[in-house]
Design a protein around this ligand. Structure first.
Ligand code: FAD
Ligand code: UDP
Length: 385
């Protein structure tokens, strides 16, 4: 006889990591997912024709500074070395991203050294009158200036988010560094890599525990909650409440898949900075597994648009209107017992995989501590606001 019965709604990283931790603590775990596979949006699947490992819901690169999280994923999967080196096409040329010395020299037709480039950008390009950038546009104008902003960020961002960069928070651009050397690693994290056999294999191993039962193609509805001592819900927060206050806004993605005999673009990610190219980027999936060799190739052209009710919600929008609605849903959630909202959709935040795992571990530990003290588990271990 275990400690109790718990339900995980969602077999993505959140449900898997929380479920595993609590199974090891002696709880009996049921994991349900509406989809026909585990892994959530990280799902990977080998293409039968080409043998390429395809990132079905868009490319996922693992990067973190969190040593515990890095050890955690490595316990379930060998991580192969992988550095994300992104290119962008703009004005008929290919440039290196994130903006680095190569980008700057190529764009301005110069041969500047690091100090010269820094002085050039700071004194001749950046708008240093902006002291505390609030919007995406201000952040770009402050750190790279109008020319680079218009070539690489303005059009791409309008396509990605469906609005002008002056309506978006600076935090979205702060994820990207600007470098005055030739380092073209897209991320600055200490640990980076790709799971050798894909994310779904890794998540399958996390879920592989005698106290965990997984039920796929099983849509959760609230009437099932009564069968369990507690529910961890990684579905959309507003979905739990049947959207009674309205729908939280999301961007969704359409992937136009195509195959190619050979090497289509020579790199994993090619962005398209201009607004008149309708897609944001093309990803070529065999380049995400550089240790494998494949003749054929599988590519995705990625288009972004506002999510309709039947679409997969990908990126929470979190502008002023959404935050007001979110705050109302948070109040409803806090008045609800028996459920904890987790993960990207449950807390309506953009979460990278490493943050998702960190929060899942913290949630499971918080739950165990609450149980030990006889306290009811809260609606959120991580505040959405
Ligand atoms: P999800 O993966 O969304 O899982 C939730 C699961 O719940 C889904 O499987 C869904 O089917 C299920 N579900 C929902 N409602 C119900 C219901 N009512 N009944 C049954 N099942 C339900 N992170 C990185 O670190 N690096 C990257 O490069 C990266 N790239 C990304 C690219 C894209 C395009 C996207 C969208 C995300 C990317 N991420 C990346 C983030 C990563 O996908 C998330 O961190 C991770 O998927 C979050 O896991 P989760 O379990 O919280 O949510
Ligand atoms: N971005 C851009 N041009 C690019 C790449 C990114 O304008 O070539 C902007 C875009 O608004 C994006 C943000 O920078 O949402 C953060 O970039 P990141 O690569 O982190 O985007 P994500 O992983 O969310 O797709």
């Amino acid at each position: 006889m275990g400690q109790g019965r718990l339900l995980m709604v969602g077999a993505g990283l959140s449900g898997a990591v929380i479920g595993r931790h609590l199974a090891e603590a002696g709880y009996d775990i049921t994991v349900v997912d509406a989809r026909s596979h585990i892994g959530g949006n990280c799902h990977t699947e080998r293409d039968a024709d080409t043998g390429v490992m395809v990132h079905i819901y868009g490319p996922h690169i693992f990067h973190t500074d969190d040593a515990e999280v890095w050890d955690y994923v490595n316990a379930f999967q060998t991580f192969m070395p992988y550095k994300n080196r992104v290119k962008t096409t703009s004005r008929g040329q290919v440039f290196s991203l994130p903006v680095n010395l190569h980008t700057i020299n190529q764009f301005f037709g110069q041969t500047m050294r690091p100090d010269e480039a820094r002085t050039f950008i700071t004194e001749e390009q950046a708008d240093t009158s902006i002291e505390d950038p609030q919007t995406f546009e201000e952040q770009a104008m402050r750190f790279v200036g109008r020319d680079l902003y218009e070539a690489f960020f303005k059009g791409y961002t309008m396509k990605q988010w469906g609005c002008h960069p002056s309506e978006l928070p600076a935090s979205i651009l702060k994820r990207l560094p600007v470098r005055f050397n030739y380092d073209d690693n897209y991320f600055f994290h200490k640990y980076q890599g790709m799971p050798e056999n894909g994310y779904t294999d890794m998540i399958g191993k996390i879920l592989d525990h005698e106290r965990i039962e997984v039920k796929l193609e099983t849509v959760f509805d609230r009437s099932q909650a009564g069968d369990y001592d507690h529910v961890f819900y990684s579905g959309p927060l507003d979905g739990w409440f049947d959207f009674e206050l309205g729908r939280l806004g999301y961007r969704t993605l359409d992937f136009e898949r195509f195959t190619y005999d050979g090497d289509y673009q020579g790199c994993a990610v090619m962005n398209y900075g201009e607004v008149d190219v309708p897609f944001t980027r093309i990803t070529e999936h065999k380049h995400f597994s550089p240790w494998e060799e494949h003749e054929g190739s599988v590519c995705y052209r990625e288009f972004s648009r506002a999510a309709e009710p039947e679409d997969i919600p990908y990126y929470p929008i979190r502008q002023v209107a959404e935050k007001a609605l979110l705050s109302d849903y948070v109040k409803l959630a806090e008045a609800t017992s028996g459920v904890t909202f987790v993960g990207r959709l449950g807390t309506y935040r953009y979460l990278d995989m490493d943050v998702t795992i960190r929060e899942a571990l913290d949630t499971a530990r918080g739950f165990l501590a609450d149980r030990a003290e006889g306290r009811a588990a809260p609606a959120f271990y991580q505040a959405p606001l």
